[in-house]
Design a protein around this ligand. Structure first.
Ligand SMILES: Cc1ncc(C[n+]2csc(CCOP(=O)(O)OP(=O)(O)O)c2C)c(N)n1
Ligand code: SF4
Ligand SMILES: [Mg+2]
Length: 319
């Protein structure tokens, strides 16, 4: 397979680090403008390299890759049924092992609906058996491909077509990284496309670990979250700076590392106001969201202290 070489440092103004030379996502994909899940795939493949096989269940990425025979990735992509990403990846890994191709990273790449909800059983089974695959959830917090329905990942207060005013969620979305860490798998992490160095570092680390690895990518979706498509990266950054989406690693289900603690977190209100899906929230619900987010971050700090003996080693800057 020939691989196109692009000098990322030179071509991508503002990107001050070298993400990797190989461009494994072609420009001919059919995602919406500003799709966070597409930027995420681009960075993930830069980190993983050409010896990667991707497994995609029903989701936006089924479409983004292009209608057959078109295909936007320069690595193989296997389309599978909605609930089967983890088990299909497991089967492909087994088949590659029979052929002696141990160096290929098999990556399941699924949406939040396919992960938090319909694919959870297969995911839990693969994690429990410690299958040698990397499972990535690109989390856009709803069933976007079928028109913005609420999933187990939809946050408190968010509008979707199935959670109109008066029917919005009041409790925190499922703690998917906590659920996976409870399986005691070797590696669980969260990443944001607004922090590309951290993103690429974690994908490379996951690539080089054997056993089950799980990464959650927060993937802003302009039509689903209702924000202008040029704001994807700044919104992804805001999610981290407001503590809405903490960047963490959990190893063997016990060792927790918080990768970034903003010196001065931005108000959660800035994140809510930037998106139409949080319009018209009553003040009491806004207050509840603020409380839940701070509480969750405090729990993570506690776990970090338990692992490292201190929280003073958490970086206050990150790229
Ligand atoms: C068993 C089954 N039920 C429903 C569908 C229809 N369907 C296709 S994609 C999709 C939404 C997927 O949501 P998510 O996993 O969050 O990915 P996103 O579309 O947000 O990228 C649904 C409901 C299907 N393909 N198969
Ligand atoms: S609907 Fe959202 S996740 Fe799907 S392609 Fe468009 S921007 Fe990406
Ligand atoms: Mg989704």
């Amino acid at each position: 397979m020939s691989v196109k070489t692009v000098n990322t440092t030179q071509r991508h103004y503002g990107l001050l680090f070298h993400a990797g030379e190989q461009e494994l996502l072609e420009p001919g994909h059919v995602a919406c403008q500003g799709c966070g899940a597409t930027l995420a795939m681009r960075l993930a493949l830069k980190a993983l390299g050409p010896r990667t096989a991707v497994v995609v269940p029903a989701c936006c990425w089924t479409v983004i890759d292009g209608p057959f025979p078109q295909h936007a990735l320069r690595v193989p992509l296997f389309h599978t049924a909605f609930e089967t990403a983890a088990i299909a990846a497991t089967g492909i890994r087994a088949a590659l092992s029979i052929r002696g191709e141990e160096d290929v990273t098999v990556m399941a790449w699924a949406g939040d609906g396919g992960t938090y909800d319909i694919g959870l059983q297969a995911l839990s089974g693969a994690a429990e058996r410690n299958e040698d695959v990397l499972y990535v959830v690109y989390d856009n917090e709803a069933y976007m491909n079928t028109g913005i329905q609420r999933s187990g990942a939809t946050p408190v207060g968010a509008w979707t077509t199935t959670t109109p005013d008066g029917a919005r969620r009041h409790v925190l979305k499922k703690d998917i990284v906590g659920i996976l860490a409870a399986h005691r798998v070797p590696y669980v992490a969260t990443v944001s496309p607004a922090f590309p160095e951290d993103f690429v570092r974690k994908f490379k680390k996951a690539r080089d670990i054997r056993g089950f690895r799980f990464i959650q990518v927060l993937s802003p979706c302009p039509p689903g979250w209702k924000f202008p498509s040029e704001k994807t990266v700044s919104l992804a950054r805001l999610a981290v700076e407001t503590l809405v989406f903490p960047l963490v690693e959990m190893e063997d289900g016990r060792r927790v590392t918080v990768n970034y603690r903003p010196a001065r977190p931005r108000p959660v209100e800035d994140y809510l106001q930037a998106q139409g899906r949080f319009r018209n929230l009553p003040e009491a619900l806004r207050e509840e969201i603020r409380r839940q987010i701070l509480e969750r971050f405090e729990d993570l700090l506690e776990a970090h202290r338990k692992t490292h003996g201190t929280d003073e080693n958490i970086p206050t800057t990150l790229r």
